[in-house]
Design a protein around this ligand. Structure first.
Ligand code: CP
Ligand code: NVA
Length: 303
């Protein structure tokens, strides 16, 4: 069966658990190589820039015996030079897996429908599921997930959506704090709440960041201006006033709270330098865990 991961909802909470168990094991023996992608080619189609996602996916594919082939933003013209159906149809004849970073979520759906091979979302405007896998793995390593509070402060964006759903499924109490007009959409809140109901967690939207971070175990933020929203940057800077994760705000969380950020950070905007570089920050563990989580996901998909 061809199984794609276009959103975090393509994995049940227990499947996320299985992938992350596998990631933890593989991380303990970093030199171990898998054979799950032996003889297979993965096409990486990226319509936006990337450091972490590209490098970690290329390494993950190679570590499992496969061959990664990267196409940069100007090369593909997904939906411009060619329709996603034509790209998918062709890619499916050459390759065994497509890893795609794009704008519109429908591009991923159209690639999956036309290619006949698994498609993995490497970030879209809607979701960043592989980031969420690495994030939950990181939270597991820094104090655990079940029964602990994760507060996300900032834009109810792709990262917030995937994270809230994945963390709620792990039994976390998820609080999301966004200014008016930037809240996580209600369908995603419902999905996260359903997963929380099954796992013993909870989900709430708390607009006041001081209240939202109170005694939180994890404080997470992401950029206020995602890739593709550059024209809105000035307005967003104004609208997010008061939502910076700074020393004051982190001081209201649990004294041993972890601070997380998917990176790249807009230093001095959503997060201050002293917090990002401070003792509570686990952002480099998060970045490293992209590799372990994605390698485990691909091994699981092709097992
Ligand atoms: N966090 C993340 O996806 O980083 P990149 O944009 O560098 O891939
Ligand atoms: N929300 C950000 C995440 C970058 C990894 C964006 O989409 O640009």
């Amino acid at each position: 069966m061809t199984r794609s991961v276009l959103t975090v909802c393509d994995l049940s909470s227990s499947e996320i658990g299985q992938v992350l168990d596998r990631a933890r094991e593989a991380k303990q023996d970093r030199r171990r190589r898998g054979t799950e992608l032996e003889g297979l080619t993965a096409l990486l189609i990226f319509q936006k820039p990337s450091l972490r996602t590209r490098v970690s996916f290329e390494l993950a594919v190679s570590n499992l015996g496969g061959r990664p082939l990267y196409l940069s933003p100007p090369e593909v013209g997904l939906g411009e030079r060619e329709t996603p159906e034509d790209v998918g149809g062709v890619a499916g004849r050459y390759c065994d897996l497509i890893i795609c970073r794009t704008f519109d979520q429908s591009n991923l759906e159209r690639l999956a429908a036309s290619s006949g091979v698994p498609v993995v979302n490497a970030l879209s405007d809607w979701e960043h599921p592989c980031q969420a896998l690495a994030d939950v793995l990181t939270i597991r390593e820094h104090g655990g997930t079940t029964g602990r509070t994760l507060t996300y402060v900032g834009d109810g964006n792709n990262v917030a959506r995937s994270l809230a759903i994945a963390a709620a499924g792990e039994g976390m109490d998820v609080r999301i704090s966004s200014p008016s007009g930037y809240e996580l959409d209600s369908a995603s809140v419902t999905e996260a709440s359903n997963r929380a109901a099954a796992s013993g967690g909870s989900v709430s939207l708390v607009s006041d960041p001081d209240v939202a971070v109170s005694r939180a175990d994890v404080v997470y933020t992401d950029t206020w201006t995602s890739m593709g929203q550059e024209l809105e940057a000035k307005q967003r800077l104004e609208d997010f006033t008061g939502y910076q994760v700074d020393v004051d705000l982190v001081g209201k969380a649990s004294p041993d709270a972890s601070v997380m950020h998917c990176l790249p950070a807009h230093r001095g905007e959503e997060i201050s330098d002293d917090v990002l570089d401070g003792p509570r920050s686990v952002v480099l563990d998060q970045a490293e865990n992209r590799l372990h989580a994605q390698q485990a996901l691909l091994a699981w998909l092709f097992a």
